[in-house]
Design a protein around this ligand. Structure first.
Ligand code: ADP
Ligand code: MG
Length: 293
């Protein structure tokens, strides 16, 4: 007699992306991965930024620190794509293929995959966008950073045009739609917010609201500018970890607690429970055979 086997459900794909360096993608990817692990989810991590490898190094640092400190620090499973040199065109195609196969295989072992991306366009970055259940775009609070999404009239602040990165996301969404897949939930997350109200903060806020109506994303007030979001990189820790005197080298402050709250609010906004099993990955990925798994 054969035991009934629960069908494999596709791994949920969370992509952190913005065609702009320094907007906080790797920092946010790491915090989301750790937050999911703290919710007892099995988390895989993929770093598509094969030059900087910040996400990779962050996770490796965490593993090393867990060993050194003797603490039970959960670490996401890092999957490196087998790509000799992604800057060479033919290797870019191999990178996309490798990404597709890796994600499909994760359905057997993981609940979520968090993908960090480079701040520039590439085939694997585009493929990641078309696989995303949730796309998080961290954005520094400046019109310079908003420029990747749209341009504005300097007097009225009306949106005059949409920009290259917004078009990349639109194309990925259209691709999903044509395959009958659930729409990507696109969340633009403000990062490094100043803690004091400023004219710039207010203007950027109305600019983003205008854009969100035009481009169909949700905007959330994400993370403030806080040392806590960058000071633990060498130990691979995040604002969500046990931050005591031994790991910090100093006493935790109110800022740690508030930082943690900001990440929790981001997780709530992601509505993880609403992600449905729609077989969307298997529709898209080449060469897999789920029944054989
Ligand atoms: N909310 C924040 N507060 C303080 N520093 C931040 C915050 N988010 C990111 N940073 C810092 O900003 C820089 C760029 O962040 P990073 O995550 O590497 O961006 P990206 O991956 O988009 O290039 C890093 O020095 C990082 O530590
Ligand atoms: Mg990065």
């Amino acid at each position: 007699m054969f035991a009934a086997r629960a069908p494999l459900r596709p791994v949920r794909v969370i992509v952190v992306a913005n065609e702009k360096g320094g907007s906080g993608k790797s920092t946010v990817a790491m915090h989301i991965a750790v937050a999911l692990m703290k919710r007892d989810q099995r988390v895989a991590a993929i770093d598509l930024d094969t030059r900087q490898k910040t996400f990779t190094h962050y996770i490796e640092n965490r593993r090393v620190w867990a060993g050194r400190s003797g603490r039970d620090i959960k670490t996401p499973d890092l999957f490196c794509l087998d790509t000799p040199d992604p800057s060479i065109t033919q290797d870019e195609a191999a990178a996309s293929q490798s990404l597709a196969v890796t994600i499909d295989n994760l359905a057997q072992s993981h609940d979520f995959v968090v993908i960090d991306t480079p701040g520039h366009d590439s085939p694997s970055m585009r493929l990641a966008h078309s696989l995303a259940n949730i796309l998080i775009t961290p954005l520094n609070d400046s019109f310079v950073d908003l420029d990747v999404l749209g341009s504005f009239d300097p007097d009225t602040l009306d949106v005059t045009d949409t920009s290259h990165y917004a078009q990349t996301v639109q194309q990925a969404r259209q691709q999903r739609q044509s395959l009958g897949q659930t729409p990507t939930d696109w969340i633009v997350m403000r990062n490094r917010l100043s803690m004091t109200p400023t004219r710039n903060k207010r203007l950027v806020s109305s600019g983003i609201e205008e854009l969100s109506r035009r481009l169909g994303f949700r905007c959330i007030e994400g993370l403030a500018e806080r040392v806590v979001f960058r000071e633990f990189y060498l130990r691979g820790l995040t604002a969500l970890d046990e931050l005591d005197e031994a790991s910090l080298g100093k006493r935790p402050t109110m800022s740690h607690a508030t930082a943690r709250q900001e990440v929790e609010i981001l997780l709530e906004a992601m509505n993880l429970n609403s992600l449905v099993d729609d077989g969307q990955l298997s529709d898209q990925l080449p060469g897999q055979n789920r029944d054989a798994a």
